[in-house]
Design a protein around this ligand. Structure first.
Ligand code: GDP
Ligand code: K
Ligand code: MG
Length: 300
């Protein structure tokens, strides 16, 4: 019999790049689901998140990484860099994402880290929708192609989904034979509780001023179904009293808006009616405290 003939492929694809080039947006669009939170602010992604893409014979497991960056001062930065490094072992393809026609020192720093990776590296030039002059793209692709022996250089718009089919086809070709690692209807390795906390954090990142988002964390205290309604209690942790006032806003307007937007995303992702309650609590210095990070799930 041919019962043992392996006709499926499965592999891991790491998405790397400096902060804000669109790694999480790319993963979400490849999956057709919002798995990883995104915002205009660097360091939105704090955790390594798997996004699982399956079709009949192929499964690709995308690893969205916190952006690689050089700042090591705070514990949270160390953890984020470690997560990005870990993503480079045991992977079959690397997608290095860059922004349009700019190549920065940080891009070079990321590329230098990739020289020890054995897997093929595809360069994804993202945000081409923002190019004023499309003529600059071809010479730029030529120039970047000389920097490294890339398996391919692919211009895309992650936000608008341009050219992503091309990218997916190239990736599928590079997947090794193997059994699926996950059930074909699973889209991420993270729990629904974790996803709920991330959605709340995304709304905070998007709605609040520059200084605040980095000193915020979210804990889910309750996540349970009652009468077919999903009841979620989220605790927003900030470092100072002033920050608490900002998150709550004038007569509670800000936290209400954060809650409304988060609830809409949750209803879509969990396909359920949601009752969401949010609280804000001051918990000093959590971003620089390994123990606090551990309790929030930043360490395994
Ligand atoms: P990451 O830090 O690399 O994960 O970047 P994000 O995915 O969080 O994206 C950073 C910002 O770039 C967000 O505001 C995205 O909406 C935006 N962005 C991502 N991809 C594109 C794109 O293809 N075109 C445009 N115009 N914006 C994009
Ligand atoms: K970002
Ligand atoms: Mg990200």
């Amino acid at each position: 019999t041919d019962q043992f003939t392996l006709d499926t492929k499965c592999g891991f694809v790491a998405i790397v790049g400096r902060p804000n080039v669109g790694k999480s947006t790319l993963m979400n669009h490849l999956l057709g689901q919002k798995i990883s939170i995104t915002s205009r602010k660097p360091q939105t992604t704090r955790h390594q998140i798997l996004g699982i893409w399956s079709e009949e014979k192929t499964q690709m497991v995308f690893v969205d990484t916190p952006g690689m960056h050089r700042g090591q001062e705070k514990a949270i930065n160390r953890v984020m860099n470690k997560a990005a490094d870990t993503a480079l072992t045991d992977i079959d393809v690397v997608l290095m994402v860059v922004d349009r026609t700019v190549w920065t020192d940080e891009d070079q720093w990321v590329l230098d880290k990739l020289t020890r990776v054995k897997a093929p590296v595809f360069l994804v030039i993202n945000k081409v929708d923002q190019l004023d002059n499309k003529q600059t793209l071809l010479p730029h692709i030529d120039e970047l192609s000389k920097k490294y022996d890339f398996a391919g250089v692919i211009p895309v718009s992650a936000l608008h989904g341009h050219n992503l089919k091309h990218l997916t086809d190239d990736l599928v070709k590079n997947m090794p034979a193997g059994l699926f690692h996950f059930p074909d209807d699973q889209i991420t390795d993270r729990s629904q509780r974790f996803m709920a906390a991330e959605i709340i954090r995304e709304k905070i990142m998007r709605q609040l001023g520059e200084e605040l988002p980095y000193s915020t964390a979210v804990e889910i205290e309750q996540f349970s179904f009652e009468d077919r309604v999903l009841h979620i209690h989220g605790l927003i942790l900030v470092e100072r009293n002033g920050q608490k006032r900002i998150v709550i806003g004038d007569k509670g307007a800000r936290i209400k808006k954060i809650g409304q937007e988060a609830r809409l995303d949750m209803e879509q992702l969990f396909e359920a009616k949601i009752m969401l309650n949010l609280w804000v609590k001051v918990k000093g210095g959590w971003a620089d405290d390994d123990r606090a990070l551990k309790s929030l799930g930043y360490f395994d």
